[in-house]
Design a protein around this ligand. Structure first.
Ligand code: SAH
Ligand code: AVI
Length: 322
């Protein structure tokens, strides 16, 4: 088994305080990153295979049809992926990059060890000329710890994970990436687009209940990490599409009045019907994206979409160098 390089130096300070603050707030929430322990990462892979979750297969189709173009347009000599998950979709880009470069390094960066191991399993046998590096870190805290490269790098952020960030965090993330990029580097971003609400709602409420399990698993993770006593049977999986904000909001909705012991031993009462936000998933329009790119010194050099325009990939460069 390949060794994981832990690049995270920054201890998440005040993590406990933050959890207490989030749970005691009027609008309760939990940090989305806690969805991804070993079990959560495997459940996410299962979500990707459901009939309703169109995002993965649509992005895969776009990548598969355009992978050689993307490698050519970016002149990529090295690939670096944030929140790589299992890297299944990335394989098609890696294969195209290996046609252009004899040797290739692919960096898989994720917060979940299970995701990194899945990525290694997926890629390690492709070619002896492919070097897979597994980096464990938090993409909201540790980007400054990433070393730039002398090779032309293609950074990847796929799966519409940008949609899990609110506007402020999204701008901060994109600015960090653009600060990391050299003149010759490129950035491929995959995002889910605004569309018929019914299609979006179904994608987060699959009939096999895998998204429900994925959502509830956050309570196991929090219980383990902070020695809490959440009972996942006392919560329902609940999603709404907020059309004003063009985002899915995923909640755990309390089915009864219940008492939770917080990490500081305080008791927290959660009323019947009260909700805890576990994730937002934004759906983007061209206008929103233009604003985000403008604020981050990024410029689109190519874009790719599917026939229904459900999903888009943007190939970006640093604006000031163009
Ligand atoms: N890119 C893959 C996986 C998307 S799921 C795909 O398109 O299928 C989101 C991924 O981001 C998960 O693998 C999760 O472990 C990772 N992730 C979530 N929060 C993170 C964080 N704060 N820092 C680094 N990785 C994170
Ligand atoms: C990783 N992320 C983009 C997924 C999404 O669609 O927001 C996570 C997910 N949540 C529920 N289903 C999938």
């Amino acid at each position: 088994m390949k060794k994981i390089e832990n690049i995270s130096l920054k201890k998440e300070i005040n993590r406990k305080k933050n959890i207490i603050f989030l749970l005691k707030s009027k609008k309760k929430s939990l940090p989305t990153q806690y969805l991804y322990d070993d079990v959560g990462s495997k459940l996410f892979e299962k979500i990707c295979e459901t009939e309703e979750y169109y995002l993965t297969r649509t992005e895969y189709k776009i990548l598969n049809s355009n992978s050689f173009d993307i490698i050519k347009a970016s002149s990529a000599e090295e690939l670096f992926e944030f929140g790589s998950g299992s890297s299944k979709k990335t394989k098609t880009l890696i294969l195209s990059a290996l046609k252009k470069n004899k040797y290739l390094t692919y960096f898989s960066f994720d917060i979940s060890s299970e995701a990194l191991y899945m990525s290694y399993d997926e890629l390690s046998k492709i070619s002896e000329n492919l070097n897979v590096r597994l980096l464990k870190g938090n993409f909201n805290l540790d980007i400054s710890r990433i070393e730039a490269s002398k090779k032309k790098r293609l950074y990847l952020f796929l799966g519409s994970t940008l949609g899990n960030f609110n506007n402020k965090v999204a701008i901060n993330f994109l600015q960090n990436i653009s600060n990391l990029m050299n003149k010759e580097d490129s950035f491929l971003l995959g995002v889910d687009k605004v569309k018929d609400e019914k299609i979006i709602n179904l994608a987060y409420n699959d009939k096999r209940g895998i998204t429900k399990k994925f959502n509830k698993n956050i309570l196991n993770v929090i219980n383990k990490e902070y020695k809490l006593n959440f009972n996942k049977n006392n919560f329902l999986h609940n999603t709404i599409y907020n059309s004003e904000k063009s985002q899915i909001e995923m909640y755990l909705k309390s089915t009864a009045l219940q008492s939770i012991k917080l990490p500081n031993n305080e008791n927290l009462n959660i009323k019947k019907g009260e909700k805890i936000l576990t994730e937002i998933s934004r759906k983007f329009s061209e206008e929103t994206l233009e604003r985000l790119f403008a604020k981050s010194n990024l410029k689109v050099i190519e874009s790719y979409t599917d026939e229904k325009k459900y999903y888009s990939l943007y190939l970006l460069k640093i604006k000031k160098y163009l």
